[in-house]
Design a protein around this ligand. Structure first.
Ligand SMILES: [Zn+2]
Length: 162
């Protein structure tokens, strides 16, 4: 990318736009520091409790994180997924990074609860079928009120440093 392209890239970037609060999401900002922002995934949501952790800086590869971003990533993911485990009681919490969707090359880490009752075909990478379906059908497949409650409960735990 040429240096003078950067403002335009950041202007159009879906993750930067999400970080600027340009999309509808349940529960608002769950956590933000100088480097990272944690929110519920934007609407339409695939499932309540699907969170997304994003660097505030426009960066398109994990390999390009700064030392400080890289060092803070692990502890933050641990805290966030611990809080999700307590709040949601899932069988697992997936931690996924692809950033392949058009307009969303800016890295964003999906923190996804997988419940005991989740159908087998939605286990593992199959869970992204839900995200695709929500987008195609342009409707929330999960309960947005429940999503906001999850966001609030995770925020409370993160503020308490648990
Ligand atoms: Zn960006």
């Amino acid at each position: 990318m040429r240096r003078d392209d950067r403002p335009a890239v950041v202007e159009r970037c879906g993750t930067c736009r999400a970080n600027r609060g340009e999309f509808q999401n349940s529960g608002g900002v769950i956590y933000q520091d100088r480097l990272w922002r944690l929110e519920h995934c934007i609407e339409p949501i695939p499932v309540a409790g699907w969170l997304v952790l994003k660097p505030l800086r426009h960066v398109e590869a994990f390999a390009d994180l700064t030392e400080e971003e890289a060092e803070s990533f692990g502890p933050l993911v641990r805290l966030a997924t611990r809080a999700m485990r307590e709040v949601l009681q899932p069988a697992k919490v997936y931690v996924c990074l692809f950033s392949e969707s058009e307009g969303f090359a800016h890295i964003h880490v999906h923190l996804i609860p997988r419940f005991a009752e989740t159908p087998h075909e939605l286990h593992g990478a199959g869970v992204f079928d839900l995200l695709r379906r929500a987008g195609e059908e342009q409707r929330n497949l999960g309960d947005v009120a429940a999503a906001a409650e999850v966001a609030a409960a995770v925020l409370e735990r993160l503020q308490a440093g648990r």
